[in-house]
Write a protein of this length. Sequence first.
Length: 93
Amino acid sequence: MYSRNTGGGLLGLAVVLIVIGAILRFAVTVTTSGFNIHKVGDIMLVVGIVLAVLSVVLIVMSSRRRTTTRTDIRGTPAGEQRVQERQDWGGDV
């Protein structure tokens, strides 16, 4: 079961990875031997884009699901009793 918070957190991480990857790929002008900083930027960009797509899918899937909660307070000889009924509409439960 996923929630919008899951998709939102992944989307935030994806944006951070995309920004850092773009900086490493396009803004850094360093030459090193044995380690290519531009390849690291490319990898971070690709991972960020994949996470962004995944988070959008999770947000769309969670928005299709609706939950209805009804609270009923009933008087009993011992006092009041609170009864809650929950019903899920749509999506996989």
